[in-house]
Write a protein that binds this ligand. Structure first.
Ligand code: PLP
Length: 400
């Protein structure tokens, strides 16, 4: 009989996004305003879809065979990535690894780390970081949760103990806040002083609006000695269904194995070669197009509409006197529940009474009770309708 690891016998397999999807399924989708999972609201741009079709036709042509591509990605896409961000100028194509989105590579790291590794994670956080540690069997005592501090703005403290690996997400899912250059500098300093590695999740990089928020951690001096950066085409270019992303692993970064220093890039390249046969050629061509001048122009229109929808939600909550965070450099809003309900019970209220789907805060970690995440990856019309539904309900409540 096959044996799995002992800790997996009692593993809780409830993932917040699966829970939300199941609950949603009980309703007619036409009735619902979905501000939940954070999937795209606009179809793939024609410009991108043409690039995809052209590349597929190329594969069907007889002149050149496109079989297995390079496991870590085609050079044309790596070069396009390096040339679109000034903070990437010192990296070589070998330091860029093309992936099927961020979820796969960012969850690889706990599997590679020594069992003594201590992790730090913002709390709340994108659930996959903690879920993969649960799967891997990382002891909770090896995870320092960095609880959100709620003042006028929301911030996360630096670790209070010495940690080895930090999951750092900015713009941040689920709270929608983003780290300024000054704040990010402190994280890089911490990592340098403590010999820690930062796994910097930049899934929402394309949504940054403020100048003080860097679009890459490599804008901070010395970050290339301590940080890997993960970026995705999912939300910025509508690739949630196509699947493409990348990460940068600077060759300067070394890790310790059996008392010796070894190159992390060499190891992750090897891991990628062993576990993947690469991302489809047409998908990489479409991603290249998304980074072109024209592509950015086309995609920028969808991003602008998401920003507008997010602003409608944020402003609507403000008008109703509710407290919320984020929503400026990121399409998520972290909404303080205006009643004393738990986030699951408030989720049920919104779904059953208003037919609005949001994500209960408790799904993002133990420090998140009392909050809901609203996604601005919706249309302006739907955002407006959601606020109308909330306004009607809360006017009634306040009228009593
Ligand atoms: N990281 C964060 C913070 C996310 O919010 C998401 C998706 O929602 C991911 C990673 C995964 O993105 P991808 O679609 O590239 O796998």
């Amino acid at each position: 009989m096959a044996h799995i690891k002992d800790h997996l016998q009692t593993i809780e397999t409830n993932y917040i996004f699966s829970f939300v999807s199941e609950q949603k399924r009980l309703f007619d989708p036409k009735q619902l305003i979905d501000l939940g999972i954070g999937d795209i609201a606009y179809p793939l741009n024609d410009f991108i879809s043409n690039a995809l079709q052209k590349a597929t036709q190329e594969m069907a042509g007889s002149s050149k065979l496109y079989g297995y591509g390079p496991e870590c990605g085609y050079l044309f896409l790596k070069e396009a990535i390096l040339s679109q961000c000034s903070a990437y100028h010192s990296f070589t194509p070998d330091e860029v690894i093309i992936t099927d989105g961020i979820a796969t590579p960012i969850t690889l790291f706990p599997l590679l780390m020594h069992p003594s590794t201590r992790f730090a994670i913002q709390s709340p956080s994108y659930p996959a970081y903690l879920e993969i540690m649960k799967l891997q069997g990382t002891a909770p005592s090896h995870i320092e949760l960095l609880p959100a501090q709620y003042k006028e703005t929301l911030s996360f403290p630096l670790p209070t103990s010495k940690v080895d690996v930090i999951y750092l997400c900015s713009p941040h899912n689920p709270t929608g806040i983003a780290l300024t250059r000054q704040e990010l500098k402190q994280w890089v300093e911490y990592a340098k002083q403590n010999d820690a590695l930062i796994l910097y999740d930049g899934a929402y990089q394309a949504f940054i609006t403020r100048d003080e928020v860097p679009s890459s951690i490599y804008e901070i001096e010395g970050a290339d000695e301590v940080a890997l950066e993960f970026c995705s085409f999912s939300k910025s270019a509508g690739f949630t269904g196509l699947r493409c992303g990348y990460f940068i692993c600077p060759q300067k970064i070394h890790v310790r194995a059996n008392g010796h220093l070894t190159s992390l890039l060499k190891l992750v390249t090897y891991a990628r070669i062993v576990t993947s046969n690469g991302v489809a050629y047409p998908v990489q061509k479409a991603a290249e197009m998304a980074l072109s001048f024209e592509g950015k122009k086309h995609i920028g229109r969808d991003i602008a509409k998401y920003h507008e929808a997010t602003a409608v939600l944020k402003e609507g909550l403000n008008q109703l006197g509710f407290t919320s965070y984020g929503g400026i450099d990121c399409p998520y809003i972290w909404w303080k529940i205006p009643t004393d309900q738990t986030s699951i019970s408030f989720f049920e209220f919104l779904l059953n009474q208003l037919h609005i789907v949001a994500v209960p805060g408790s799904g993002f970690g133990k420090d998140s009770e009392g909050y809901m995440r609203l996604s601005g990856l919706t249309t302006i019309e739907k955002a407006t309708q959601a606020i109308q539904r909330l306004t009607t309900t809360y006017r009634e409540v306040y009228a009593h």
